[in-house]
Design a binder for this molecule. Sequence first.
Ligand code: SAH
Length: 317
Amino acid sequence: MARANAAYYAQRDPFADFTTAPEISQVFGEILGLWAAVVWQQMGAPDPVILAEAGPGRGTLMADALRAIAARMPAFAAALRLHLIETSPRLRAIQAERLSATWVDRVEDLPDGPLILLANEFLDALPIRQFVRAASGWQERHVVDSAFVALPCAAPAHPAAPDAPAGSVIEIGEAARSIARTLGQRFAAGPGAALLLDYGPAESAAGDSLQALRDGRPADPLASPGVADLTAHVDFAALARAAEGAAAHGPIPQGRLLTRLGLFPRSDRLARGLAPAQAVALMDAAQRLALPERMGRLFKALALCHPAQATPPGFEP
Ligand code: SAH
């Protein structure tokens, strides 16, 4: 999965296959930028501060965020040092057309110091392992000659494993957990916050969520490695557990976070200056991001913070 996605993001245009929240409405990036600005104040306004984004895609979220930050909190704009975590050379070049930043390959490569990290639809692209409960015991799925081969293994460390009925699939996202562990260690030691947005359940559950998109349509995940986009649901509860040392807030539904942060009034204000058709499209975009039956419930937001910091905006009980 790691190698297939590395090839995919290096060679293909992912936005031909799927659309993400920042590409749906500029207000998404703007309000996440203002979220970061408020968190920066909660951290005691450190200068310098690293503002990082993991998997920035076309750079749209960050461009919208920086515009809102410059307009509303110039002191944060002056203090921030932009870092982008991106492995795809192709996407780095596209990001460089819009953003001036320092690029790194991994979260672990970020320099020390106060950090605010944003990640939207990044963790779902990271590799998972799958375990199947067979009648004879647990088996792990491997890929051999474009087919799954299940080999006996120990029970996976997952809360749903002990009671999993035969046929259940359990997924472990080690790469995502390792990032959460890194952030936890960092935020245990000093000021910082991360906002992770992605799709997946609020509680760790059994289930096969591996999916592939090719030319915008569901495809067989094993059929065309590097040509289809591979994703899996993000296990937010596991991430919160892995981020030991940090305070975890949420996960809460994305719709709740965006609504609390002012998605609708902000979209409304912006719509007033637009032609009717564009105004209708902007308000529909807000609904697409926030309504439970659209992206508002499947997508979740988890915040990880230094434990002495205030609850970040939108995560109040
Ligand atoms: N956040 C963007 C793009 C999501 S697509 C948006 O919301 O539109 C996933 C992004 O993560 C792409 O930029 C991809 O190149 C990057 N990516 C995928 N796997 C990665 C990895 N292992 N390390 C770093 N970046 C990765």
